[in-house]
Design a protein around this ligand. Sequence first.
Ligand SMILES: Cc1cc2nc3c(=O)[nH]c(=O)nc-3n(C[C@H](O)[C@H](O)[C@H](O)COP(=O)(O)OP(=O)(O)OC[C@H]3O[C@@H](n4cnc5c(N)ncnc54)[C@H](O)[C@@H]3O)c2cc1C
Ligand code: FES
Length: 276
Amino acid sequence: MGHEVIRKEDLNPQDYLIEVKAPLVAEKLLPGHFVVLMTHPKGERIPMSVQKAENGNVTLFIKRLGKTSVELDKFKVGDCLENVIGPLGTPIDVKKYGNVVVCSDLVCGHAENYSICKALRQIKGNHVISMQTFPSKNMIYLEKELREVSDEYYITLEDGSYGIKGHYRDVLEKMLKEGKIDMVFAGGKMDAYVPLAKLTKEYNVPAMVTLRPIMVDATGMCGSCRVFVDGEMKLACVDGPMFDAHKINYEELLNRVKLFKKQEETAFEDYKKKVN
Ligand SMILES: Cc1cc2nc3c(=O)[nH]c(=O)nc-3n(C[C@H](O)[C@H](O)[C@H](O)COP(=O)(O)OP(=O)(O)OC[C@H]3O[C@@H](n4cnc5c(N)ncnc54)[C@H](O)[C@@H]3O)c2cc1C
Ligand code: FES
């Protein structure tokens, strides 16, 4: 039983795509929702954003970071995951925003941004501008697909070898200065949200960002994903993972995500010893 792997491919040297059969999840999944994966019955539950939920399958982009993401990379087409749980979290409000920027950078965020762009573009009156940032040309993925679901598309590379040199914030800042933007959605590196929040606040443009605190149960029971938004405690797995970028307590959030670094490193080292 379990959830069969339908497609599996490398996106770049660090990230891979995995498409998994999960008809009950795919049927109800909306942009902004996420899922939790379990590789085996005793495995940890890892939260993942979803690029597409189509034909009874969910498509995910996974970065090889530690024990579970590397373990999952060993799954081949035809193998089965123990579980795909979802949809989880609160979906975004799919409505008319006007000129809306959907951006993602280095670490991740590209998956959910695809689903957000696709949904917002179907609403009359929205002009969807997507932006991606990568370190270098060999890390690029999803460019073609994002161009297809956006009205405008920009790519920035840190090393300047393709597209525009720099970060998507540089492109966004120019547009904000020209008064062109009504709304921003962002995913990716959480510490990059601090300058993004400052920038959008300066131009009085609302921004929603996807938070990725450590999640354990991802159903609102354990409290490990708590974040403070406008001084109020929220659970990212239930109330999020997208929140108002201008109201998040980033200092507390960024300190909390470092809490389990030691345990994660130990689990990865133990796993590598076991498989080598
Ligand atoms: C809502 C949400 C959406 C996510 N979407 C994606 C995605 O699309 N692609 C992707 O590659 N990753 C995504 N992540 C992060 C992903 O869940 C972790 O990278 C993954 O759990 C790593 O597990 P690991 O055992 O391989 O690495 P570990 O060594 O356990 O961790 C590596 C790093 O991943 C983060 N992390 C670890 N465990 C968790 C956890 N249970 N919850 C949240 N973060 C964790 C930590 O920052 C840690 O430093 C998402 C996380 C959340 C909360
Ligand atoms: S992960 Fe346990 S409450 Fe959110």
